[in-house]
Design a protein around this ligand. Structure first.
Ligand code: 4AD
Ligand code: MG
Length: 461
């Protein structure tokens, strides 16, 4: 018999004489002559209630069945008289597939803290909250591909091992096969030339540079993959490994870039609202009571656009005692970003045209010679969700900018070639996928929206 998923059983339009269900027991309750098992197989938030009558052969297996056990049930799908569910299963046969010792199984019926569940990240997707979260994550990832495909973007697989530093910030993880300590008798420590690639190699911090090369060939492209940053910042918004979505458009400027960023965020939120209603409701009920109102604002209203100079003026006029003082030329801190989006604009805001000193070498220098065509999208409760820019397409200006950042033009010869041969205006951005998921679920710690978080001094699983 073909296995019926719990989601299919619960959305059935008719009773069925015989179905086969497999899943994990969430709870077990015994009444006179009957046992009630709540079975979940991960296909949806809801459990399927299975009733085992002590008078049937199915009851023989009951002794071994506890919370967390994997079971197989054959029975009839019948309309349920209870008001919590439309359908239930009356078991004819019940088989234990794998037991779970009740004395050591860590997920008992009570509510567990997020901190505790992080320490058992291999089991936390079996809880309602994390099951819902990772179903939403899966659906949102699908929505990313659908969004770009519908707009004619091509998906690019950017390399994970790179020889360049896109952000020029040096926060990279080195990739090496050299021994940690040289074997005895080695005269001197081996250098990069002796290493696997014959030069220094790192895990990528961004697929942008590669995306630019492909945008200047295929037109519109996007990457969606893991990126790595060795920032030693232990905040609820930073992970050492996170996923980023990076679109890049040829023949596009900063306006086009901001338009695309706004469309993408709105499109993804609408997709999740439409396709993850049951899972989202859990977060609205137990995590953030304002979640639905916030998501509707993000999905329906247009976003504020504000030059950096104006953002600084707004912050200075705010009368707030910020921990980091505000002046023209400072990089915006999370407290500033959150004031702008939560209190001043009360909706997402795109800040653009930043001073050139606080942004990356590749951003296009504006005519004022002081600012670059950069933009950040700031959203309530998160701060920066997107960072992007129009790219410097003028060879001479770009070479000068590399020099100002102490980067060697010969390391970027291929990047500069794009400006030598058929250079064209182009623009793109990076959207942090975990920060998007925090926004959509109301979860406040990045460690709780990625299956296995990697942060300073933490690498379990
Ligand atoms: O602003 P960032 O550093 O921009 C870039 O990497 C550009 N190369 C993107 C581009 O133009 N193609 O990072 C982009 C986004 C941030 O806005 C933030 O959402 C997320 O990536 N991000 C992080 N998310 C989690 N943990 C970290 N350590 C992050 N660093 C950046
Ligand atoms: Mg940024």
């Amino acid at each position: 018999m073909r296995r019926t998923r719990v989601l299919e059983a619960l959305s059935s339009t008719q009773a069925r004489d015989a179905i086969l269900v497999k899943g994990w027991v969430r709870t077990r309750r015994d009444a006179k002559g009957l046992s009630f098992l709540e079975i979940n197989d991960g296909s949806c938030l809801k459990n399927l209630q299975v009733i085992v009558d002590a008078a049937t052969p199915a009851a023989a297996a009951l002794d071994t069945i506890t919370t967390g056990a994997a079971v197989e049930v054959e029975g009839a799908l019948v309309a349920s008289p209870g008001k919590n569910q439309q359908w239930e299963v009356h078991a004819n046969a019940l088989q234990l597939l794998g037991g779970a010792d009740p004395d050591s199984y860590p997920l008992q019926k009570k509510r567990h803290t997020d901190e505790f569940l992080r320490s058992i990240a291999h089991l936390r997707p079996r809880t309602n909250k994390y099951g819902a979260l990772f179903r939403i994550r899966s659906e949102a990832a699908f929505a990313v591909h659908q969004f770009f495909r519908q707009r004619g973007f091509h998906h690019l697989h950017a390399p994970i091992i790179t020889g360049s530093d896109c952000e020029g910030a040096g926060e990279m993880f080195r990739v090496t096969t050299l021994p940690v300590s040289p074997p005895p008798g080695t005269p001197e420590r081996a250098g990069a030339a002796d290493d696997f690639f014959g030069k220094e190699a790192n895990l990528t911090v961004s697929g942008q540079l590669e995306a630019e090369l492909f945008a200047c060939s295929l037109g519109n492209v996007y990457t969606f993959g893991p990126t790595f940053r060795a920032e030693n910042s232990n905040t609820p918004r930073h992970a050492a490994e996170f996923w980023m979505i990076e679109p890049e458009m040829a023949f596009a400027d900063l306006q086009d870039d901001m338009d695309l960023g706004e469309d993408l965020v709105r499109g993804l939120v609408n997709h999740v609202l439409e396709h993850c209603a049951a899972d989202l409701e859990l977060f609205a009920r137990f995590v953030d009571p304002d979640l639905m109102a916030n998501l509707r604002t993000i999905a329906e209203e247009s976003y504020v656009r504000m030059p950096y100079t104006e953002a600084i003026a707004v912050l200075q006029r705010s009368g707030k005692a910020f921990q980091f003082p505000v002046a023209y030329g400072v990089d915006l801190q999370t407290e500033h970003e959150r004031y702008l989006t939560e209190e001043h604009c009360k909706k997402p805001v795109m800040v653009y045209n930043y001073p050139k000193e606080i942004k990356s070498f590749y951003m296009r220098l504006n005519d004022d010679g002081q600012t670059v065509a950069a933009m950040d999208l700031l959203v309530p409760r998160i701060g920066e969700l997107i960072g992007g820019s129009q790219r410097e397409e003028r060879l001479g200006v770009l070479e000068r900018r590399l020099g100002e950042f102490d980067l060697r033009p010969q390391d970027y010869w291929w990047y500069l070639d794009i400006r030598r041969f058929g250079t064209a205006p182009h623009a793109g951005f990076g959207l942090g996928f975990e920060r998007f998921l925090m926004m959509v679920t109301g979860v406040t710690n990045i460690r709780d929206v990625i299956p296995f978080p990697r942060t300073p001094k933490h690498l379990e699983f």
